[in-house]
Ligand binder design. Structure first.
Ligand SMILES: [Zn+2]
Length: 757
């Protein structure tokens, strides 16, 4: 990998693309110098427009009342956002769908043995916080798309409730069959917890917020500090989104009034067992009533109790009943038609709905989206004419399962496949560093944008601040060396968890997810305390980073909309795929080594000798060592990919020579069409094994991690789940995908060379 990084570095000797520390940037990727001058001029006008006090005012308005899917204030907000867009002179409209949205009718959690305790399941009013008393409009604490149920069973503590935790329980001789599990938030997306619990035979699932993770162990609790108070609970969806996102009744098609809907009992994304979130105030008596073995060291939270595993003697009664209603949702859509290439679209979105008041999630970033739109309205009045069509989207129903964006994208799937070049998403925003994840074909582009945005606290480019943070946080000399040598910092891969999912994973639209953060923590996520009071006391209180976010995303949108040549790059992409391929080989080797070692210890009698006879211990059984897999199809494709990425880079550099006059003269529509296609090519029509809705072959949320990304997921998950034949088949498939990608890049390179002759 270091060898590869060096090649890339040497390949990038043109002045325009050197790291910022070697001097200010002259040119702009994808632009002739002349076009770049015009673009930079408009960009500086744009960057001067967003105002912190506007962001504050939008937040105060949008988060004034609870505004979840189906609530009166959700609709009110959508109409207000629409009116603002129109007031700024933009062409805007609402697109509505009708979706399944369960809300609780009955919620009961009680300890029935050995003592009695009834969980309150209510977040109390906090006197200092003026919106915390809006109980009539607040959704109760619950997990949406949990199955209904009424069960009484012994309790078992299962830590984070991920597959590894159940392996450890098995060693300790503990089964959850016929039990209710209590698990803490963290380590996976919440929907994975009831899924894995049900697979192990549990009857119910409670998910609580441990103070170790976001309560008093981290800092002072609300309202004295930012962290989760004793009765604060995390609402959230437990829909099985790794299967498909959006309305559970209409997979793959838009949820229009006359859509064909699945009967409820056929829906696969609803949990199999009743599931409910708890505050640590409600969880403590339950956990304290457990006996059995003491929980392993790293399973213990910060409650003042000894953590036991059970089962029992604690016995719990869990009863859930929901209203399974169909509710309308309201996406607000703005369209700024392109002047030169109206059929190439730059799409940008953020959701407007919240679990409750949602000042941080989503309004902190929704406000930035609105300031960008207002600024574009201003620029249009001054004569700005973006070449490509810009589409701004304020999504509804994100929190329940990315529903607004999914239904809209399914409704417009054919147009989006033909026209969408890039989708840019934001969700929440705070103080600190720019975080960027997304398609690695856009890695170089977003690095370039970040070099031109000033950090409000440190007055240096946000690019530089992020880079220095990476050096500070690096775990090894190799990591530090790489950050210092590489012209771009690496961006993360996208899993799931926000509205980009349908665009990248289902449709193959190159996507980015952006936001500032990491300086302020907090424990108000999905609670009634995520509100204006909390945000203006404990997060980006002066909205300086809200302004930076509007500047960052707006600049990215403008640059994409006006570039003569779309700023995709494939060298960083090929470098990233190389890294993923190495990770896969390492993963297989580690599995082989671990199983070999475990088998050896079984034969040596290690487990038998070290098991405490006074404690239950079930030794592991001898396991077959994973076979070698054939990585040749992937390796061969990678060689082609690296070569074609290099060829495209050469053509790109040639196009930018001598002030990029060739770019200004050339007709680049054919090249741009190929560039747009480059992300589509990474999808396969049949999708991933067992989940055909997920079409992208490089990025997907893990079937057992939820938000967490799995890269080259077809192969990786087959290895993790020990499906060796499937792993080999998937290696052939990814080889083919990447061969096709390489051929497309190669033809784009040739096309570009022709065009600039
Ligand atoms: Zn959100």
């Amino acid at each position: 990998m270091r060898r590869f990084a060096l090649v890339i570095f040497l390949g990038l000797t043109s002045v325009a693309l050197m790291p910022a520390e070697t001097g200010p940037l002259q040119g702009l990727g994808g632009y002739s110098d002349e076009a770049a001058r015009v673009e930079r001029d408009w960009e500086s006008k744009f960057k001067a427009i967003p105002e912190p006090q506007n962001l504050r005012a939008y937040m105060e308005r949008l988060s004034a009342r609870p505004h979840h899917l189906g609530s009166p204030y959700d609709k009110d907000n959508a109409e207000w956002i629409l009116a603002q867009f129109k007031g700024w002179g933009l062409d805007a409209h609402i697109e509505s769908f009708e979706v399944l949205f369960p809300t609780p009718k009955e919620r009961v959690v009680e300890l029935v043995a050995p003592t009695r305790f009834t969980a309150r399941l209510q977040e109390p009013t906090v006197a200092a916080d003026p919106t915390s008393n809006q109980h009539d409009e607040q959704l109760p604490t619950y997990n949406a798309y949990s199955a209904d149920g009424d069960v009484t069973a012994p309790l078992v503590y299962v830590n984070h409730g991920i597959p590894e935790d159940y392996e450890q329980l098995e060693r300790l001789g503990i089964s959850v069959k016929g039990a209710i599990v209590i698990t803490r938030y963290g380590a996976s997306w919440r929907g994975i917890k009831p899924k894995v619990a049900a697979e192990h035979g549990a009857l119910g699932c409670l998910i609580y917020s441990d103070p170790r993770d976001d309560g008093y162990s981290q800092g002072d609790v609300f309202p004295e500090g930012a962290w989760r108070p004793r009765e604060g609970a995390q609402r959230g969806s437990v829909m099985d989104m790794p299967l498909y996102t959006g309305d559970p009744l209409t997979p793959g098609v838009p949820a229009t009034p006359d859509a064909k809907r699945l009967p409820l009992e056929e829906v696969k994304t609803i949990t199999r067992i009743p599931t409910l979130p708890l505050s640590y105030g409600d969880a403590q008596p339950l956990l304290a009533a457990l006996a059995g073995p003491v929980a392993p060291d790293d399973w213990r939270g910060a409650l003042p109790i000894t953590y036991h595993l059970g089962p029992g003697p604690a016995k719990v009664h869990l009863k859930l009943k929901a209203n399974w209603d169909i509710k309308p949702i309201y996406n607000v859509i703005v369209r700024i038609p392109g002047s030169a290439y109206p059929d190439e679209w730059i799409v940008r979105g953020n959701h407007h709905d919240a679990w409750v008041n949602g000042a941080d999630d989503p309004v902190s970033a929704m406000a930035a989206l609105m300031e960008e739109a207002r600024a574009f309205g201003e620029l249009l009045k001054q004569g700005w004419k973006p070449k490509r069509t810009i589409i701004y989207c304020a999504w509804d129903a994100e929190e329940q399962g990315l529903i607004g964006s999914t239904e809209w994208a399914e409704a417009h799937a054919n147009e989006l496949r033909r026209h969408a070049a890039v989708y840019i998403n934001t969700d929440a925003n705070g103080r600190g560093y720019l975080n960027a994840s997304g398609s690695h074909t856009l890695e170089k582009f977003i690095n370039e944008v970040a070099r031109d945005i000033v950090d409000p606290e440190k007055k240096m480019p946000v690019w530089q601040r992020r880079r220095l943070k990476l050096i500070a946080d690096a775990q090894s000399k190799e990591e530090r060396d790489e950050v210092r040598a590489r012209p771009d910092w690496r961006i993360g891969a996208l899993g799931s968890g926000s509205d980009y999912t349908v665009f990248i994973d289902h449709l193959g639209v190159a996507s980015l997810n952006l936001g500032y953060g990491d300086e302020d923590g907090g424990g108000i996520y999905h609670s009634i305390y995520d509100d204006f009071y909390w945000y203006t006391h404990f997060s980006d209180t002066d909205f300086a980073y809200g302004r930076a976010l509007a500047q960052t995303v707006g600049t990215a949108v403008m640059r994409l909309a006006n570039a003569e040549l779309l700023p995709y790059d494939f060298t960083d992409f090929a470098d990233t795929i190389r890294k993923y391929a190495d990770d896969l080989k390492k993963l297989l080797k580690t599995k082989q080594d671990e199983i070999r070692e475990q088998n050896r210890q079984i034969e040596e009698g290690v487990f038998d000798a070290t098991a405490d006879p006074k404690k239950t211990f079930v030794p592991p059984a001898i396991e077959e060592v994973p076979p070698q897999l054939n990585f040749a199809p992937l390796e061969n494709a990678l060689e082609k990919l690296t070569a074609s990425a290099g060829d495209y880079r050469k053509a790109w550099e040639k196009a930018h020579e001598n002030g990029g006059g060739a770019l200004a003269r050339a007709s680049l529509q054919e090249v741009n069409a190929k560039l747009i296609e480059s992300e589509r090519k990474l999808t396969s029509p049949e999708g991933l094994p067992g989940r055909p809705w997920y079409k992208h072959q490089i990025y997907a949320p893990g079937a057992y991690t939820g938000y967490g990304v799995k890269t080259i997921p077809g192969v990786r998950e087959a290895i993790e789940q020990k499906k060796w034949q499937e792993a080999d088949e998937q290696l052939v498939l990814i080889g083919k995908i990447l061969q096709d990608e390489a051929a497309l890049i190669e033809s784009a390179a040739r096309e570009l060379e022709q065009a600039i002759k």
